[in-house]
Ligand binder design. Structure first.
Ligand code: TRP
Length: 380
């Protein structure tokens, strides 16, 4: 009888900083929706500390301090530890063992073609055409970083994940995972589950620009609104936001495309916000139309955006307040989650070892056959 395939989610983040609105639209809100949908048998959310160390080996404190930040961000966004399992990657030792076996199924050349790895090698790697000084300044690529697509395949397959909700930047990792699954199953027999990537759906969410209008919200550019920002900080950031540099006087016609305030309203505003805060406009389209025509000032639009963001961030802040006062409880959630994750990964590893025929102690046939052969030899 065929068993119905379980629907299992695995996803995660590197703990290298606090999470911001870009993470919220790109992944966190989706995870909460998936959790609420009740359509999944299991949801695993991993804090990828070991992966973060692949290019932060000299900065373990950064990773160590940010685990709690990321956990607080998860919990305050509404990830419910009774329905989703939050765990820490390095506490699931089985993941490294799996990666060690998968390394035999992937070529150096294939890893070099992975776009993320390729970019890193170009940035940090030594070059045959480079001068001596150039090569001395470059740090080179750590082997751990080089192989992290393989480690990511272990993260996903250890939990038999069917669905991996991530941003488009993770597509090469998923592709490589699927290749490893194919290779493993064709060499050792059907064992691993092939995962599907689940990309964000809303176009504005695919890539939320920073408040300076730069391509992406990113910590290194200093253009983020953090989920942990106070109401005062959010207000200040929105007020300083990049709009249309040619929209100088209120009466000037304005551009909506590339104007951060409107990109954010696209991503976050709902029709009911207009009735509530700006009843003179029927919808976002009406507001945009007025802005384009001229006669609508930036400040009015920014005040709307502040109100919209506050509706989103206030409940997050409330939940955060509770967890910030219960840090021991948060670590307990992570500890229990890690134990549960480890038990699941151990099951998969058992199957993997059986498929690879390296489960020697479990292998009665192997032991009996060899015992019989040696006995026969002794009697000759
Ligand atoms: N590489 C992911 C990131 O940088 C984090 C991650 C590690 C991950 N392992 C994963 C995501 C497995 C999804 C599945 O955001």
């Amino acid at each position: 009888m065929s068993e119905m395939k379980k629907k299992i989610i695995l996803t995660g983040d590197r703990p290298t900083g606090k999470l911001h609105l870009g993470h919220f639209v790109g992944s966190l809100s989706r995870r909460v929706e998936l959790q609420e949908s009740g359509l999944y048998d299991k949801i695993f959310i991993m804090i990828a500390d070991a992966q973060a160390l692949t290019d932060n080996a000299d900065n373990p404190d950064k990773v160590r301090e940010n685990i709690i930040e990321v956990a607080l961000d998860y919990l305050s966004c509404g990830i419910d530890p009774t329905r989703s399992t939050i765990f820490i990657q390095s506490y699931v030792a089985e993941l490294t063992e799996l990666a060690f076996y998968y390394m035999n199924l992937v070529t150096v050349q294939r890893l070099q073609r992975n776009p993320t790895v390729k970019a890193e090698i170009q940035m940090r790697g030594f070059s045959e055409n480079g001068t001596e000084e150039e090569n001395q300044q470059r740090k080179g690529t750590p082997v751990g970083f080089f192989t992290y697509p393989i480690s990511q395949a272990s993260d996903i397959t250890a939990f038999k994940a069917t669905t991996v909700p991530v941003g488009a930047d993770q597509e090469p990792m998923l592709e490589q995972t699927r290749e490893i699954v194919h290779k493993f199953n064709s060499v050792y027999g059907e064992t691993l589950v092939e995962p599907e990537i689940m990309l964000p759906t809303n176009a504005a969410c695919l890539r939320l620009p920073g408040i300076d209008g730069k391509a992406k919200m990113s910590k290194s550019l200093g253009n983020c609104i953090y989920l942990s920002d106070t109401a005062e900080e959010v207000k200040k950031k929105v007020m300083s936001m990049y709009t249309d540099p040619d929209h100088l006087k209120v009466s000037d016609p304005g551009k909506v495309e590339g104007n951060c305030v409107f990109t954010y309203l696209d991503a976050f505003s709902k029709p009911e916000h207009f009735a509530k805060y700006l009843p003179e406009y029927e919808s976002l389209d009406a507001l945009k139309e007025h802005y384009r025509r001229g006669g609508l000032g930036d400040v009015k639009c920014k005040k709307l955006l502040i109100a919209v963001l506050e509706e989103l961030l206030e409940p997050i802040r409330e939940r955060r307040k509770y967890y910030e006062q219960h840090i021991e409880e948060v670590y307990e959630i992570l500890r229990r989650g890690s134990e549960e994750a480890r038990a699941t990964a151990a099951e998969t590893l058992k199957e993997v070892r059986r498929a690879m025929r390296i489960d020697y102690f479990e292998d009665k046939e192997l032991i009996e056959r060899q015992a019989a052969a040696f006995r026969a030899k002794a009697q000759q």
